[in-house]
Design a protein around this ligand. Structure first.
Ligand code: ZN
Length: 182
């Protein structure tokens, strides 16, 4: 059975970005847990969280956890901050021509299909030398789901219907990218 690692960013004494009454560490866990449920309800898959409560887990520890399980895909959940709006995804630099890049194309497009319905901006498919992308032995992607410190983006992130729809879009994107069986 394919193993998909779902990695809710931050946790414990590391809240991540904050703004508009939201904390990144709470949102990432909420969404990753929903994606886990949706994947396991809809596909033949083992979906595993790197943390399932509000605890701090180091970046290398997250990658080593996935490596130790021999996972097939690693998906890290984050929310942006610092001035901007919309969605972007990241893979490790230089991997766009590999399976990692092919999966980014599929996952990014599926999530953007959801965001486009709300008129939200596509900031693009990007590359960055993030530890969880660098230290994972399997294809990996990091999602920056909207800006927590942008009032418009934050109002969507506070909407349970929107969060459910986003979680389904992420689950569908992963399923397509990894060719999960219903
Ligand atoms: Zn983050």
């Amino acid at each position: 059975m394919p193993k998909i690692i779902l990695d809710p960013g931050h946790g414990g004494n590391d809240p991540g970005a904050t703004g508009n009454g939201l904390q990144e560490k709470q949102l990432t866990l909420t969404i990753a847990a929903k994606v886990q449920t949706l994947l396991e309800e809809q596909y033949i898959v083992d979906a595993i969280l790197t943390r399932s409560s509000d605890v701090y887990v180091g970046l290398s520890e997250r990658a080593q956890f996935a490596n130790g399980l021999g996972a097939d895909y690693f998906v890290s959940f984050h929310h942006n901050a610092g001035g901007g709006t919309g969605f972007e995804s990241y893979i490790y630099p230089g991997t766009s021509g590999t399976e990692t890049g092919r999966r980014q194309d599929v996952v990014h497009a599926e999530i953007m299909k959801f965001y486009a319905g709300y008129g939200l901006r596509d900031r693009g498919q990007k590359e960055a030398n993030f530890a969880v992308l660098r230290e994972t032995a399997m294809p990996a992607i990091l999602l920056e789901n909207l800006f927590i410190d942008h009032s418009g983006d934050a109002s969507y992130l506070k909407n349970p219907t929107f969060i459910q729809g986003l979680s389904q879009a992420v689950a569908s994107g992963i399923a397509k990218a990894v060719n999960l069986q219903p």
